[in-house]
Design a protein around this ligand. Structure first.
Ligand code: 13P
Ligand code: SF4
Length: 300
């Protein structure tokens, strides 16, 4: 009898599907994916693929971004109810109201927002390019949504008048300076790498700040043998596979439970029955495409 994994691989071929998985998904899911990466890398793969079906193993805003970039493709989410907590902290209506208060501000939205929210903003960005996007915008006043931590980091680094929103990622917000100091005490030779969704005081003690994929690349290139990794612990799988001779330390509670909802069984079910399709209004796709396209144009 075929295993779940074998059945997934067979169906993938039969249906000309591609499986994309975020760095926070479980090791089994990462291992059957065609590409594993960060939000930016996966959205670029989604835009470039010639597959008929994209199975997006990630939280729902990631599948929506794939649909915005590849509207003619069928995008399937193995777990459509797996949502990003931060993405629910900022709606299109709230942004429209804020624009009345800050009429001169350019609105930049982190990609961790719903498709609907993206329709109300000027530019989109990911953790890999937030600073670059903000720096390239001619306007000095930026309303940055929804992540207060990424917004603070961008404000500090760009020196621009960045108006902050009060959203956050519960996982990265829970990483405290004290925990980092304790980890550093236990592993004094370890380099500290951090995702920019962490609090500013945590970022200030980091040796390297970057997206999940940038953290991976940094750890591969670094001569150091030990790393404190201040992001979700799913990253451990790729880090350990890429650097078997290096050690990685995470804080205990760094688990994004919705990313972990995606299992091999749910991937098989969605491929077999074509369930969990991302359906977006044509108008939403059109309006949300503009800020995403502006981001990709800025990056050349
Ligand atoms: P990356 O784009 O860096 O992978 O981050 C996505 C995310 O949700 C981080 O919490
Ligand atoms: Fe959202 Fe945080 Fe999970 Fe990333 S780790 S998907 S920001 S809840």
């Amino acid at each position: 009898m075929q295993s779940v994994k074998e059945r997934i691989l067979e169906l993938k071929k039969q249906k000309n599907a591609v499986i994309l998985a975020h760095n926070y998904t479980t090791p089994e899911v990462q291992d059957i994916a065609d590409s594993v990466g960060d939000s930016l890398g996966l959205s670029q793969k989604a835009a470039a693929t010639d597959a008929d079906i994209i199975v997006f193993c990630g939280v729902s805003f990631m599948g929506e971004t794939a649909k915005i970039l590849s509207p003619k493709k069928k995008v399937l989410l193995p777990e459509p109810e797996a949502k990003c907590a931060m993405a629910s902290m900022c709606s299109a209506d709230q942004i429209r109201q804020a624009k009345q208060k800050y009429p001169d501000a350019t609105v930049v939205a982190y990609v961790n927002t719903t498709a609907e929210t993206k329709t109300a903003v000027d530019y989109c960005c990911t953790s890999a390019n937030a600073l670059n996007v903000v720096n390239q915008i001619p306007n000095n006043q930026i309303l940055f949504v929804p992540d207060i931590n990424l917004g603070r980091y961008v404000k500090e680094e760009s020196g621009k008048d960045v108006i902050l929103w009060s959203g956050f990622c519960p996982i990265h917000q829970c990483v405290t300076l004290r925990q980092v100091e304790e980890l550093k005490k236990a592993h004094p030779d370890a380099e500290i790498t951090a995702h920019p969704e962490c609090r500013l005081e945590v970022l200030k003690v980091a040796d390297f700040i970057g997206s999940t994929e940038a953290i991976l690349k940094h750890c591969i290139a670094s001569e150091k043998k030990e790393f404190i990794v201040l992001t979700e612990s799913g990253m451990g799988h790729r880090l350990e596979a890429a650097c078997p001779d290096k050690k990685f330390y995470f804080t205990n509670q760094s688990i994004c439970t919705t990313m972990k909802m995606i299992s091999l069984e749910s991937v098989l079910d969605c491929l077999e029955n074509e369930t969990g399709e991302v359906i977006l209004d044509d108008e939403v796709v059109k309006d949300a495409y503009t800020p995403v396209k502006r981001m990709t144009d800025i990056l050349g």
